[in-house]
Design a protein around this ligand. Structure first.
Ligand SMILES: *[C@@H]1O[C@H](CO)[C@@H](O)[C@H](O)[C@H]1NC(C)=O
Ligand SMILES: *[C@@H]1O[C@H](CO)[C@@H](O)[C@H](O)[C@H]1NC(C)=O
Ligand SMILES: *[C@@H]1O[C@H](CO)[C@@H](O)[C@H](O)[C@H]1NC(C)=O
Ligand SMILES: *[C@@H]1O[C@H](CO)[C@@H](O)[C@H](O)[C@H]1NC(C)=O
Ligand SMILES: *[C@@H]1O[C@H](CO)[C@@H](O)[C@H](O)[C@H]1NC(C)=O
Ligand SMILES: *[C@@H]1O[C@H](CO)[C@@H](O)[C@H](O)[C@H]1NC(C)=O
Ligand SMILES: *[C@@H]1O[C@H](CO)[C@@H](O)[C@H](O)[C@H]1NC(C)=O
Ligand SMILES: *[C@@H]1O[C@H](CO)[C@@H](O)[C@H](O)[C@H]1NC(C)=O
Ligand SMILES: *[C@@H]1O[C@H](CO)[C@@H](O)[C@H](O)[C@H]1NC(C)=O
Ligand SMILES: *[C@@H]1O[C@H](CO)[C@@H](O)[C@H](O)[C@H]1NC(C)=O
Ligand SMILES: *[C@@H]1O[C@H](CO)[C@@H](O)[C@H](O)[C@H]1NC(C)=O
Ligand SMILES: *[C@@H]1O[C@H](CO)[C@@H](O)[C@H](O)[C@H]1NC(C)=O
Length: 696
């Protein structure tokens, strides 16, 4: 009896304290929301696909406001955002329950396993007056598009990358505030929807990769705020789409639009992107006279013909003019020389002929000039040195002749010079010492010895002198070019022995005339292991950290900087092997990785290192084989099967989160090995990209 009394007293205290404890922790979140969150927690658990720990743990942390993906108001009185991507949510009840939280502003349910949107969700969440963003992309939804009633404040709706089907009629028309709609990558059929909110405030519309049929609807032009349309569709651009009053920006790039560019354009246009379509006809000259604010004009990769209209010179604010990959003919209009704000001029892959007009060399702000793959002739004007802001100059694959003007050395910001496949001759002048990405003089008519001045280019990555008539001994001074990674000397009249580069230079050299050569192609310096170990022991040397490894900078006795990669033993994938055995294996073989730290940041090599790590395959001949293999695979295999490219040894042990990180790193690595150096991320953005991945 006494004992029983004590027990109930203890129970009372226990409950009191437990209750008190709950009260204390949840003092501000309303009981309703607390109950709902516990309900959601219960619905999440049984389906959890997570290798433990699960994202939410009520025992460990009873306050829902501090759970992963949950955002509350600053005083913790109400839940405002639920961001639950990759939560392995499968239950429709979960969707219905969460709508009880009537203070929600943003809900992200992307990357889950939901098969449909239940009616309870549509009615429940439709009533939430403050809901602005809803994202259920990539979540395996199928069936028809539900009707959105209510959702009065919804501004952004993303249902892309699901398997939704059927036609779209009035399901979305009830929303009054919708500004951004993405229905891309589904299986919708019928005609392109035109009822997308009666209030006509839509700004962005994504409809690409569906099975819509028919013509581009004229009525789309009624959405006067629309600035970006992505619909992979066909048909021509409606005549009045570009002329709506107050139109600032329109992006119709990467669709399958055909026909010609409408001549009437709104004088308020700042940015017009029509690239990567099938537009034909001429560039309408009359429209540009009045486009005083036009700053970005992109018409690239179409089938446009006729001349470049001189009237473009009226667009005084143009900063980017991209007309590349068309069938444009005629000469480079001298009038373009007045575009004093132009920063990029891209005219490559056209049929332009004639000489490079001196007026073009007066563009004081021009940074990138690409006129490659045309039929320009005559010589490079000495006034080219007036382009004082120029960083990349590409004149390859034309018919240019004469010698390179000596004044070219004055281009103090030039980092890339592409002059291959022309008819240039004479002596090579002193090149700008700023050159980094490449100096390519291949397939021209240069002759005589390789000039000594070339060795001053100590920041240069790639030097291609192939297919000329350079003669004499291969000079030793080439080894002074300490950033060089690729040297191409083939098809010249050179002889002798390739000098010993300190490290990592791929030398491509063979001779048509059968001169004596010794091709010792690839040089790797022997890494001083004790120096490397010492560098790795000091956190101050740390450069980058990812899920799998940390990169350290190490300076070798010879003065060269290396990037040393250390695998993170804590990563589950590597725990199978003990550290000692791993080192032994390294010595026997994964080669210990070394990477030159060049001034330009050898992003390509870094990409290769990442690929080796992700695929578990060795990089044969400095990565070219591996890069080729990965590029082919990623083109052949649909991106949701890219996992197959990854090292199965890593996959078998890693959690789903780690898989996704690996895929993200794979995407970054693909960027690093992009064929064109300027498509590769620079060292700083690379760091940001990697940090993004590792903090997900
Ligand atoms: C919650 O965390 C506790 C430790 O705080 C742990 O014992 C329990 O297994 C976790 N529960 C789940 C479902 O992960
Ligand atoms: C908490 O802050 C919100 C505004 O964010 C306010 O409306 C509400 O009254 C506050 N609640 C409490 C309990 O202080
Ligand atoms: C929550 O959602 C609002 C409204 O969409 C958004 O402005 C805010 O940035 C989001 N906050 C967080 C922490 O995600
Ligand atoms: C929706 O989520 C996906 C995947 O997380 C993301 O890529 C996309 O940008 C989001 N959509 C919007 C409109 O924010
Ligand atoms: C939309 O445009 C079409 C023709 O382009 C027109 O007939 C129709 O009245 C417009 N609708 C609205 C609501 O303005
Ligand atoms: C548009 O595509 C449909 C098939 O989806 C085709 O029948 C039609 O000929 C195409 N129209 C044009 C102008 O290419
Ligand atoms: C040009 O567009 C076509 C599709 O119309 C695409 O396959 C190709 O890759 C594009 N080329 C460039 C250089 O973007
Ligand atoms: C443009 O292409 C269409 C077919 O898409 C063709 O009928 C028309 O003749 C072409 N126009 C010009 C100027 O090439
Ligand atoms: C270069 O000029 C020659 C004639 O001098 C011509 O046959 C050839 O097609 C031209 N090449 C290019 C790329 O324009
Ligand atoms: C010029 O355009 C060609 C073809 O698109 C491209 O491969 C090259 O990298 C461009 N050159 C520069 C310097 O951007
Ligand atoms: C140099 O330019 C030519 C085109 O003129 C190109 O074929 C070659 O691949 C380039 N060399 C290097 C090393 O990129
Ligand atoms: C490595 O460098 C240290 C000095 O930094 C030197 O004492 C040692 O002999 C070197 N080892 C080899 C194998 O070169």
């Amino acid at each position: 009896m006494r004992n029983g009394h004590t027990t109930s007293l203890l129970l009372f205290f226990f409950f009191f304290f437990f209750f008190f404890f709950l009260q204390l922790v949840f003092s501000e979140l309303s009981p309703n929301q607390r109950t709902t969150m516990n309900q959601l927690y219960g619905l999440l658990l049984p389906n959890s696909q997570f290798s433990p720990p699960s994202p939410w743990n009520v025992t460990k942390d009873p306050n829902p406001c501090s759970w992963k993906g949950v955002t509350c108001t600053s005083n913790n009185s109400a839940i405002t955002n639920l961001s639950l991507p990759f939560f392995s949510i499968t239950s429709s009840d979960f969707l219905v329950s969460l709508c009880q939280i009537d203070t929600l502003e943003a809900v992200d349910l992307s990357n889950n396993h939901l098969s449909s949107i239940p009616d309870g969700f549509m009615t429940g969440c439709g009533k939430i007056t403050g809901l602005k963003q809803l994202n259920i992309s990539r979540s395996k939804l199928s069936g028809p598009l539900p009707t959105f009633n209510g959702f009065a404040k919804l501004e952004s709706l993303d249902l892309s990358h699901n398997s939704l089907g059927g036609s779209i009629d009035l399901q979305l028309d009830g929303m009054v505030g919708l500004k951004s709609l993405n229905l891309g990558f589904n299986q919708f059929i019928g005609s392109v929807p035109i009822n997308l909110g009666k209030s006509m405030v839509l700004e962005e519309l994504g409809l690409s990769s569906n099975r819509f049929e028919g013509k581009f609807p004229e009525a789309i032009a009624n959405y006067s705020h629309l600035t970006a349309i992505d619909l992979s569709l066909n048909g021509s651009i409606p005549g009045d789409l570009l002329s709506q009053s107050n139109l600032l920006s329109l992006d119709l790039s990467y669709n399958s639009l055909s026909g010609s560019i409408p001549a009437n354009m709104s004088p308020t246009l700042v940015r017009l992107r029509l690239g990567n379509n099938q537009l034909n006809g001429t560039i309408p000259s009359s429209s540009f006279g009045s486009l005083q604010t036009l700053t970005y004009l992109e018409l690239d990769n179409n089938s446009l013909s006729g001349p470049i209209p001189p009237e473009l010179s009226s667009c005084k604010n143009l900063a980017l003019l991209n007309l590349a990959n068309n069938h444009l003919t005629g000469v480079l209009p001298v009038q373009l020389g007045v575009l004093s704000k132009l920063q990029e001029l891209k005219l490559q892959f056209n049929n332009l002929f004639g000489e490079i007009p001196i007026q073009i060399t007066q563009l004081q702000t021009l940074q990138k000039l690409n006129i490659s793959w045309n039929s320009l002739y005559g010589s490079i004007p000495p006034s080219i040195s007036s382009l004082q802001a120029l960083t990349n100059l590409d004149l390859r694959c034309n018919n240019l002749s004469g010698s390179i003007p000596v004044s070219i050395g004055n281009l103090n910001f030039l980092i890339e010079l592409q002059l291959g496949n022309n008819k240039l001759s004479g002596t090579i002048p002193l090149m700008p010492l700023t050159l980094q990405i490449a100096l390519n003089l291949s397939s021209n008519l240069f002759e005589g010895p390789i000039p000594r001045t070339i060795s001053k280019l100590i920041g240069l990555d790639v030097l291609d002198l192939s297919n000329n008539k350079f003669s004499g001994q291969i000079p030793d001074f080439l080894v002074e070019m300490t950033s060089l990674t690729q040297l191409v000397l083939s098809n010249n009249l050179l002889s002798g022995v390739i000098p010993k580069f300190l490290l990592f230079v791929t030398v491509d050299f063979y001779s048509v005339k059968g001169h004596c050569i010794t091709d010792n192609s690839i040089h790797k310096s022997k890494l001083n292991l004790s120096n490397a170990m010492e560098a790795v022991s000091k956190p101050v040397n740390m450069m980058l950290k990812s899920e799998f490894c940390t990169y350290y900078k190490a300076v070798m006795p010879c003065g060269m900087s290396y990037c040393i990669k250390k695998l993170n033993w804590s990563c589950k994938a590597f725990q199978l092997l003990n550290p000692e055995r791993f080192v032994q294996e390294l010595m026997v073989l994964e080669y210990a990785y070394t990477m030159r730290v060049t001034p330009s940041g050898n992003v390509y090599s870094f990409g290769i290192v990442m690929l080796e790590l992700l695929t578990g395959r060795p990089a044969i001949s400095e990565g070219t084989e591996l890069a080729k293999w990965v590029l082919t695979q990623t083109q052949l295999i649909h991106h949701n099967k890219w996992k197959e490219i990854l090292d199965c040894r890593l996959l078998s042990d890693a959690s789903r989160g780690v898989h996704d990180q690996m895929l993200s790193v794979l995407r970054i690595a693909l960027g690093c090995i992009a064929l064109s150096p300027d498509e590769r991320p620079n060292a700083e953005s690379l760091l940001d990209l990697l940090l993004d991945v590792t903090t997900i």
